[in-house]
Ligand binder design. Structure first.
Ligand code: MSP
Length: 526
């Protein structure tokens, strides 16, 4: 079982292009793993508790519940629009999740992993956390990233994180494969050094925060938002669930010897996932072989700047999908970023990549293959003629492209996978120009040669449809339909072989799948 999750998005705002990227990336990986033949369970959802939600709801004069119900819809509607197909949906206000969080709290308390103590210090309202001396800037102040900082003294519940950090250090050193990409490992180990000896405050007093999960053994406290949110990965996987609760079988999803993949952004590796979560799992008795892999992606920025409400540079994915189409947006989001690195969101590049790689190269190939077959051979494929060096080179290019695609996709490098496919499409267009089927058609003597050339083009389109299906499921289905092979997109990677389209097969009518994006349409939206 390939169990894949994303971060769950805060519902105190609206989804932006960064959220959309993560969900599309996960969706592409989930679809690719299915194509590879794996059984997949893909979980995503929303993070609905916390101080920010409480404050925003108060400002609007509505209950936090009404507020999150409304904002949650913005996320789930967008995922539907973008074709993000998940198997499980996590909402942290779900009673089944709350019960799981409470059961874990009780169990950890029973094991002596939790304790209560008073603490006085500086507290960041925006980040919902106590600050340490090391959080001060060079001038000795708490910088603007912390927002309003207040001095408070209060009692809270703590998790004995410090008892697990030595284990974690050793675990990370011995299992570097759990942190992807590898360069994040050093950051994590450095952070562990800095954090050693510090326990994690996991509660908030109810008088300050009501919008959270109440402690089962101390009604004056609610759970700190991260301790609640991280647990979604197991609660919605059926951990400690009552039978009949409508949740998956945990033992099947997350068996003792398998690592799920958590897709997260670089900002929530340290300390949340890389330290808190792994230590929480360790305290709950998860074994080393069960620790998740963390696939840490980079950020989409705008002209090198972080996207933020205050600068007003937020890009709305829903508007982009309306303007350019869902498939163009999906393509851009995984094409113009190297998984793990940052990228700059650039509308001109979205248009350019769509127009060159899809509309021109692939669109042209599809059109040539289908159109000329219809015109010259009534759409009927008749391979079987003798093969030339050009034919063999095209077949070799396809085989290489599939192998490189698979290696890249196995490493979660979607952009590289698409490049591998693109190279083959360019090869095919060059082949078509050299073989000139339109000229071959002029002489009936060339009938067999013409059929061979057209077959090579159609076979390449059929393979491209399958390889593209995780990224552009709609376009792939349309191509399969035009090839008259609707079952094409349900093939597995291992089924790909030269000869997918049988001799005598009749192709359907071509219809452009990738209409060029015209610049005027882009200029309108700025
Ligand atoms: N609620 C927490 C996650 C809890 S997971 C148990 C959270 N939410 S978030 O809404 O702020 O972010 C959700 C995801 O979107 C995170 O993985 C975050 O890194 C990612 N991104 C937020 N802004 C982003 C970009 N500008 N670019 C790419 N991803 C970004 O953190």
């Amino acid at each position: 079982m390939f169990y894949l999750t994303t971060a769950i998005d805060y519902t105190n705002g609206s989804p932006h292009i960064g959220h959309a990227y993560e969900k599309v990336l996960a969706d592409v990986i989930a679809r690719y793993r299915r194509l590879r033949g794996d059984e997949v369970f893909f979980l995503t959802g929303v993070d609905q508790h916390g101080q920010k939600v409480q404050q925003t709801a108060e400002k609007e004069g509505i209950t936090p519940e009404a507020f999150v119900k409304r904002t949650t819809l913005k996320f789930s509607d967008l995922w539907q629009k973008l074709g993000v197909q998940y198997d499980g949906w996590a909402e942290t206000i779900d009673e089944r999740h709350k019960a799981c969080v409470r059961a874990i709290l009780s169990e950890l308390k029973g094991q002596g992993q939790l304790y209560k103590k008073a603490h006085a210090g500086h507290y960041s309202v925006r980040q919902e956390q106590f600050l340490q001396e090391r959080d001060r800037d060079e001038a000795g102040n708490f910088g603007p990233e912390w927002g309003e900082v207040v001095e408070i003294e209060e009692e809270n519940w703590y998790f004995k994180l410090s008892e697990h950090t030595d284990w974690l250090k050793e675990f990370i050193e011995n299992h570097p494969e759990v942190i992807i990409p590898a360069f994040r490992k050093a950051e994590l180990l450095n952070a562990l050094e800095r954090n050693s000896g510090i326990d994690l405050c996991i509660s908030r007093p109810r008088e300050r925060l009501q919008w959270g999960i109440e402690f089962p053994f101390d009604e004056n406290f609610v759970t700190y938002v991260w301790f609640d949110a991280l647990i979604n990965y197991i609660s919605f996987a059926g951990y400690k669930a009552t039978p009949g609760a409508g949740l998956p079988d945990f033992a099947k999803l997350w068996p003792a010897d398998s690592r799920p993949v958590h897709i997260i952004g670089k900002d929530i590796l340290i300390p949340a996932h890389g330290i808190y979560w792994l230590c929480m799992l360790h305290a709950m008795g998860f074994t080393d072989a069960q620790m998740p892999r963390l696939l840490v992606h980079g950020w989409w920025n705008i002209r090198g700047e972080k996207m933020s409400k205050s600068t007003g540079n937020i890009v709305d994915p829903s508007e982009l999908a309306d303007k350019f189409g869902t498939e163009a947006l999906r393509y851009y989001l995984v094409r113009d970023i190297v998984t793990g690195r940052d990228s700059d969101f650039d509308m001109d590049r979205l248009i350019m990549l769509f127009n060159t790689e899809l509309a021109n190269e692939l669109g042209n190939l599809c059109n040539r293959a289908l159109n000329m077959s219809q015109r010259f051979t009534e759409g009927v494929l008749q391979p079987g003629g003798p093969l030339t060096e050009d034919d063999l080179a095209l077949q070799a290019s396809l085989a290489e492209s599939i192998a490189n695609y698979q290696t890249a996709m196995d490493e979660f490098d979607i952009s590289k996978g698409l490049e591998a496919l693109s190279r083959h499409i360019v090869h095919c267009n060059g082949y078509a120009e050299r073989m000139k089927p339109w000229a071959l058609n002029k002489d009936p003597e060339n009938k067999e040669r013409l059929a061979t050339v057209l077959y090579h083009l159609a076979e390449s389109v059929a393979h491209a449809a399958v390889l593209l299906s995780p990224i552009l499921p709609d376009a792939a289905a349309q191509l399969a339909d035009q090839l008259n092979l609707p079952a094409l997109t349900s093939l597995k990677l291992a089924d790909l072989h030269w000869g997918l389209l049988p001799a005598g097969h009749k192709l359907g009518q071509p219809k452009p799948v990738f209409p060029r994006i015209v610049q005027e349409a882009a200029a309108e939206g700025g």
